[in-house]
Unconditional design. Structure first.
Length: 134
């Protein structure tokens, strides 16, 4: 199954994906991850284009990923939980040369915090606090 995201909406309700018992109307955690990637890459693209003097008449970003919900649902222990593949696509309306576009995308990847975090996962720690320790 693939999840696709090209629109970011902070007002969209959150919930389970349709494949895991949700209504399909709410953003699941996978949707929000892809939306974060699109948002961060879009902001970074614009900043890098400005720094390089590249005029973008229009830009559209789309992220999609592949995950097997059997892992999330615990139906198949050999199936990993989470995305196995994520793709980020840029559609750009510009007169920039191929060399400029290659530099633009390379630097966008380099300076996009979400892209870099997904590419080079940090160490994660989970802790628990008691109710009285807030």
């Amino acid at each position: 199954m693939s999840l696709r995201s090209s629109v970011v909406s902070a007002l969209r309700p959150q919930g389970l994906n349709l494949a895991t018992g949700g209504s399909g109307q709410a953003a699941c955690s996978g949707d929000m991850l892809l939306e974060a990637l699109v948002a961060c890459a879009g902001v970074t693209l614009n900043a890098v284009a400005t720094a390089l003097g590249i005029e973008l008449r229009d830009a559209s970003l789309r992220a999609e990923g592949d995950l097997d919900f059997r892992g999330t649902l615990g139906l198949a222990k050999e199936v990993p939980v989470g995305f196995q593949n994520i793709r980020l696509q840029f559609t750009l309306d510009t007169d920039a040369s191929e060399e400029q576009l290659a530099t633009l995308l390379r630097l966008t990847e380099r300076y996009c915090v979400v892209f870099q975090t997904l590419s080079h996962p940090p160490a994660l720690a989970v802790t628990r606090k008691g109710i009285d320790e807030r």
